[in-house]
Design a protein. Structure first.
Length: 124
């Protein structure tokens, strides 16, 4: 009886990342930056990525990135809210995307991590 093929370390890391909470992801990214000496611009907390919001309001560039990922993955704003750890019934992301409404800072922080996690790769 053949045994199951072992998962690679990368596959294990990816699995753990998808199961991690937003706080755990932020902590991991901070550890990664510190462990590898990645200083980056302090205004951009996630490995040098540009900001996605001005205070509680999403920037137009962030709205475009969120919409592109949503279209690519066939997600609704409610689906994204669930992925970032909030209730599907919470309309705040839909309102922010459609009407430029404000978001709770915790939603902005979770979206920032979500955008990093789902950024398009430049694979050949």
């Amino acid at each position: 009886m053949p045994s199951k093929q072992k998962r690679t370390r990368l596959e294990k890391l990816q699995n753990s990342w998808t199961k991690a909470t937003a706080e755990e992801r932020v902590g991991f990214l901070a550890w990664l930056r510190q462990a590898n000496g990645l200083v980056g611009d302090p205004r951009y907390p996630l490995l040098g990525t540009p900001p996605i919001a001005s205070g509680r309001y999403l920037l137009p560039s962030a709205i475009a990135r969120i919409r592109a990922i949503m279209a690519m993955r066939s997600l609704s704003p409610a689906d994204v809210m669930v992925e970032i750890g909030f209730e599907a019934a919470d309309p705040s992301l839909a309102r922010a995307l459609a009407e430029n409404a404000s978001l709770r800072l915790s939603v902005v922080a979770a979206l920032e991590i979500w955008l990093v996690a789902h950024a398009p790769t430049d694979a050949p």
